[in-house]
Design a protein around this ligand. Structure first.
Ligand code: PLP
Length: 462
């Protein structure tokens, strides 16, 4: 796995010698400066060397230092047991609510730690980041608080609400390119023209250390946690968490979660079939490949990676809202989705899932909720034939009222149907109390002589 050791300096794009970048186990303090023909190295070059060392593998102490540095400017998010989800899943489940950070994701931790690591001169020059999501808001928000000019490069396809939210934090927004890759090329150019410092969303040791503070807080709150479940995009969050958690509690299991359509760990690190890609509600973890740091950490620090399908992600978002009264985005709900999809893996264990973010488009959230109501049989579609005569619809409505079925929609169709000429096809959307109630409705309709058929009933779960 040579590519793991192809490192880039975080403050420039210069490729560093693989030998320099090779791991030496625990990171060491910055080395004494070597005399050079130009005299002592500048503080910047010492820091760069330190970066290289830490890029190999940040250690527990680095993460503890980062946690101490950033804690006063962040929300100390709760990590609470979910009684209802625990009962439902047969595990003792705790949730770490990172969606309660001010910009609604853990990304603030890494971004802030990186910003605080900059020299006065770098701060004056300003920073640049490429992101269409949580990282953009995190960098913009903390850069403004620290008085650092921030440029955020976003693909032209970024939803307007995200653009405006980021702009509202005072960042200069550059909209360019069709996707993150082409936006990144433009960012490279702006970065070198203006001498800005790149704040990478995951492949930077300072960012990884900041993200690792999530695990420190989890183990403060749940010291006997047995399994930590963490979503993986570029792998910054899981790398930092795994380093911290395994150092403090070697017996803990760290389980990563990816959207099945972006199973990059399986595809890239384990030689599986190529990533399917395409649309996913977990856009925060729809990354094309794990970063270099994650590639060096995952093989030794992660017990398992689970791949969750879209339906599980949707269901997890719905359950978190319904049961925990908390808004999670798709990526943020991936941990809970893994518990739903693989209950045996977690049965009777003490599990902490990181709810990593809550920035979800309201229209997407509305559709997810509608669909989860359908899956639970609480919104159901019924098709039947009616005689085409006055009062037939009223009689049907009366029959449904007798069994407390609330009509949400009615489609009454005479022309576009294969039903006999003097009849009409009616499709109804009903609000019900679930599967048992659906059966009751069906019995009442049978009794009244209707031949009714539930649509979308396949795959319904109690
Ligand atoms: C909500 C959310 N969860 C998880 C992740 C994955 O983090 P990482 O890229 O560090 O693996 C992201 C990344 O943007 C995210 O926004």
């Amino acid at each position: 796995m040579d590519s793991i050791f192809a490192f880039y300096s975080p403050s420039s794009n210069r490729r560093l010698s693989p030998l320099l970048a090779h791991g030496h186990g625990r990171p060491r303090p910055p080395p004494a400066p070597r005399p050079s023909h130009r005299g002592a190295p500048s503080p910047d070059s010492r820091r760069e060397f330190w970066h290289i060392e830490r890029r190999v593998k940040p250690g527990l102490e680095d993460i503890q230092q980062a946690a101490a540095r950033i804690s006063t400017s962040l929300v100390r998010t709760p990590c609470k047991r979910s009684r209802t989800l625990s009962e439902r899943l047969g595990a003792t489940l705790y949730l770490k609510f990172e969606n309660l950070q001010f910009t609604a994701s853990f990304k603030e931790r890494g971004a802030l730690n990186k910003l605080l690591s900059l020299s006065e001169e770098e701060r004056r020059r300003g920073v640049i980041a490429v992101s269409a999501g949580n990282h953009a808001q995190a960098v913009a928000y903390h850069a403004r608080a620290l008085g650092i000019p921030a440029t955020i490069v976003m693909p032209r396809t970024t939803p307007n609400v995200k653009v405006e939210n980021t702009r509202a934090f005072g960042a200069e927004i550059v909209l360019t390119g069709r996707d993150l890759e082409s936006a990144a090329l433009q960012a490279d150019q702006i970065q070198s023209e203006r001498g800005l410092v790149r704040v990478h969303p995951y492949d930077d040791p300072e960012v990884v250390c900041g993200q690792g503070s999530v695990a420190l807080e989890i183990l403060e709150d749940v010291p006997d946690a047995e399994i930590l479940v963490v979503p993986i995009g570029g792998g910054g969050l899981i790398s930092g968490c795994a380093i911290a958690a395994k150092a403090l509690r070697p017996e803990i299991e760290v389980v990563g979660v990816q959207a099945a359509r972006y199973d990059t760990v399986r595809a890239i690190l384990r030689g599986g079939p190529p990533v399917r890609g395409g649309s996913t509600i977990a856009d925060g973890i729809a990354v094309k490949a794990p970063g270099q740091i994650a590639r060096s950490i995952l093989p030794t620090h992660i017990n398992d990676v689970l791949y969750v399908e879209e339906q599980m992600l949707e269901e997890a978002v719905g359950l978190l809202l319904e049961i925990e009264k908390t808004v999670a985005e798709g990526a943020g709900a991936a941990g809970v989705a893994a518990l739903l999809g693989f209950p045996e893996r977690f049965r009777e264990r003490k599990v902490v899932a990181v709810v990593s973010g809550g920035n979800i488009d309201l229209l997407v959230l509305a559709s997810i909720l509608q669909r989860s109501l359908v899956r639970a049989g609480r919104l159901a579609r019924l098709r039947l034939e009616l005689e085409d005569q006055p009062g037939a619809l009223a009689t049907l409505a009366q029959c449904l009222a007798e069994v407390d079925a609330n009509i949400v929609e009615v489609h009454h169709q005479r022309s576009f149907t294969v039903a006999p000429l003097r009849s009409a096809e009616v499709e109804l959307v009903l609000q019900t109390r679930g599967l048992a109630h659906m059966n009751e409705i069906r019995d009442r309709l049978d009794q009244a002589g209707y031949t009714a058929q539930w649509l979308d009933a396949e795959g319904l779960r109690p």
